[in-house]
Design a protein around this ligand. Structure first.
Ligand SMILES: [Cu+2]
Length: 659
């Protein structure tokens, strides 16, 4: 194994998909970016009005841990969120919930995003230290001087299973020197019903989201921009958890300055300062069966700077990014009998933990010829942690340092080749990550999946990833086939292990686990995608994915997706479209009882939808009707927290107006 590691590390002349964009002149640079953004709409094959989660789930290398109907936790390359960086336009944001009820993706809405940029492994290191890769949520950004000054869209819809009603609106003004845009949305859903037509209690939610952006052109080649997103979720049930969310609020703001250069190596420099604050209030008062109640509020505040430069000369192009942020994470635990004023216990589950990060990242690429490209990149970051109430950490780790500095280097390399109808790529990467706040400093964080209380360890070593990836594809006028594979060897893999000391604090919990490092863990991800145009207006698509994760004893890692598939047919005729898909997982044979998993059976889901396009005056209108899980199958997947059943048959209708 050591030998393989060395080989991966030193044999780096090679990466997978590059992110190269050809910018010929400075003027069309912004146009290029706009076109790229416009290509990927926030909708899936089956559904035009999707949530951010539903959109993300249409990507091959994303799976989800679901704790209910709201705020699914995205897993990239079958790795939990600690191992990936999730950002909004490069801005770092950290959820305020110790139970992961609020991934960053829960603070945006589909109508304030233009696209989601997913990078696998170390290719995602531009936004900071990572193991699994990066998910960057790109906000809408209207260019200056569009021919059509006013643009807007309105979407509404109803989903019958959980009586979800949603209204989303957005509008943008594009002047020669001034741009203004805004969006507003509201979703409200009741409890959903599973495939046995039983109500899944505590699965309701309400979400309000609004955003605003203003840009002003200061000179021909420079502009300033301010943005804000406000998100409010209320009365959100998490059926798989012993607690619900009464209120969460997020304010995400930024101000940026962009300078273009007509001559020289540097083409654009874009610098942004940002601030975001998240409040999260969860409690179990909605669960009357509990005799003793607990409130677990959390707060996460981040200040940051991100500055990015694009360089280009002849066959060389480069992106350089400086990332700096300061985050303070606080979480409290307050226990009381039925009467809130008679508090019996107080503790910090995140004892005021500060994380400061500063890092410089670079991605370089060279066009070796018309057909081949070489890329080489890396980053170096410094991570600093400080635990204010370190006495909570000392209970399990006496004398642990209050402050800790870590250096987080990363390197990656890749090679791509296109010959006629074929494309190939190979790549490798190496990178460190620091433990998350929970892994390093968490105190009695109850995990309802394996029913243990988790304790952080401030002395954990950096997790170190060695990675290799490859892809091959073929494409002609009617047929396409693409295969991808990646392999991670992760040293000092952080995971919870049963501690012999300490007694559980939460009455449901069976013991205490401490975060420790395994010598190593390995992860393999594979996918095959195929497409075929059967007729001019009849298209077929299919996907197969497989993953395998093992610890250093050959045991299974938790939350690894079993063999899964999706196949879909899409038919268009004039203004009419109809699509149908079948997707499912095979039986999860490689589950991990040690981490609370049991065997999950195979399932398959059949979906169908139809849409119709028309114009009223100048307003483009689309209406859609469809059904998910048409056969009302009762199922839960390998990543459904506590095996909660998924939604049964769901009929959905939606309407979209574009003007
Ligand atoms: Cu929470």
């Amino acid at each position: 194994m050591r030998y393989l590691k060395m080989l991966l590390f030193f044999g780096m002349s090679v990466t997978a998909q590059n992110t190269h964009v050809h910018h010929d002149t400075i003027k069309n640079l912004e146009e290029v970016q706009v076109k790229n953004a416009a290509k990927k709409k926030i909708e899936t094959e089956m559904k035009m009005a999707v949530s951010v989660d539903e959109f993300l789930s249409s990507s091959d290398n994303i799976s989800f841990i679901k704790r209910g109907a709201y705020a699914w936790e995205p897993l990239l390359n079958n790795m939990s969120t600690e191992r990936s960086t999730v950002t909004i336009d490069g801005m770092h944001i950290f959820g305020a919930c110790t139970d992961k009820m609020d991934p960053v993706t829960s603070y945006v809405e589909s109508n304030n995003l233009s696209t989601i940029d997913i990078k696998s492994g170390q290719q995602g290191s531009l936004h900071g230290a990572t193991v699994a890769g990066s998910i960057d949520l790109k906000r809408k950004s209207t260019p200056f001087g569009l021919e059509k000054k006013w643009n807007g869209a309105y979407q509404s819809g109803f989903e019958f299973n959980n009586k979800q009603f949603f209204n989303l609106g957005n509008v943008a003004y594009s002047g020669e020197k001034f741009v203004a845009e805004g969006s507003i949305s509201y979703r409200k859903a009741g409890d959903y019903y599973d495939g046995n037509n039983d109500k899944v209690k505590h699965s309701q939610y309400k979400k309000f989201n609004t955003s605003m952006g203003f840009a002003y052109k200061t000179t021909d080649l420079s502009s300033v921009r301010v943005d804000a997103i406000f998100d409010l979720a209320k009365d959100v049930g998490y059926p798989a958890l012993p607690m619900d969310l009464s209120l969460s609020r997020a304010l995400i703001t930024s101000a940026s300055y962009k300078q273009l250069f007509e001559e020289g190596l540097v083409k654009v420099v874009d610098t942004k300062v940002y601030f975001n604050a998240i409040e999260h209030y969860m409690d179990d008062t909605t669960r009357p069966e509990n005799l003793v109640h607990m409130d677990m509020p959390g707060w996460s505040t981040t200040y940051g700077l991100v500055s990015k430069a694009n360089l280009k000369k002849n066959r060389y192009s480069s992106e350089i990014q400086l990332n700096a942020y300061d985050n303070l994470s606080i979480a409290e635990m307050r226990m009381y009998p039925q009467d809130r004023s008679k508090r019996t216990m107080f503790a910090y589950s995140w004892p005021w933990v500060t994380t400061r990060y500063g890092g410089l990242s670079m991605n370089n690429s060279w066009d070796l010829s018309e057909k081949s490209q070489l890329s080489l990149g890396g980053s170096l970051g410094v991570n600093y942690n400080y635990s204010k109430y370190v006495e909570f950490n000392w209970i399990f780790h006496p004398g642990a340092p209050q402050e800790k500095i870590r250096f987080l280097p990363s390197l990656h390399a890749g090679y791509t080749l296109d010959i006629d109808h074929f494309n190939f790529s190979v790549g490798t990467g190496y990178g460190h990550r620091a433990p998350s706040v929970s892994e390093g400093y968490g105190y009695y964080i109850y995990n309802s999946f394996d029913r243990y209380d988790y304790i952080g360890n401030p002395d954990l070593k950096n997790e170190i990833s060695y990675e290799a990836n490859a892809s091959a594809g073929f494409k002609n006028e009617r047929f396409s086939l693409q295969g991808k594979i990646n392999y991670f060897y992760i040293e000092n893999y952080i995971i919870g292990r049963v501690l012999s000391m300490g007694s559980p604090m939460n009455y449901q919990s069976v013991g205490v686990k401490g975060y420790t490092s395994l010598d190593y863990a390995t992860l393999l991800n594979m996918s095959i995608n195929a497409g075929y145009d059967i007729l001019e207006h009849l298209h077929w698509k299919g996907t197969l994915t497989y993953a395998r994760g093992m610890d250093d004893q050959g045991g299974n890692l938790p939350f690894i997706r079993p063999l899964s598939y999706q196949t879909s047919l899409h038919f268009m005729h004039k203004n009419f479209g109809i699509q149908t898909s079948v997707n499912g997982d095979f039986e999860q044979i490689n589950y991990s009882p040690e981490y609370g998993e049991d065997l999950t059976s195979a399932y398959k889901i059949w979906n169908i939808s139809a849409d119709y396009n028309f114009k009223i005056n100048k307003v483009r209108t689309v209406v859609q009707v469809g059904a998910e899980n048409l056969l009302n199958e009762y199922y839960s997947t390998y990543a459904d927290w506590g095996n909660i059943p998924r939604m049964g048959r769901n009929i959905f209708t939606s309407l979209k107006l574009n003007f």
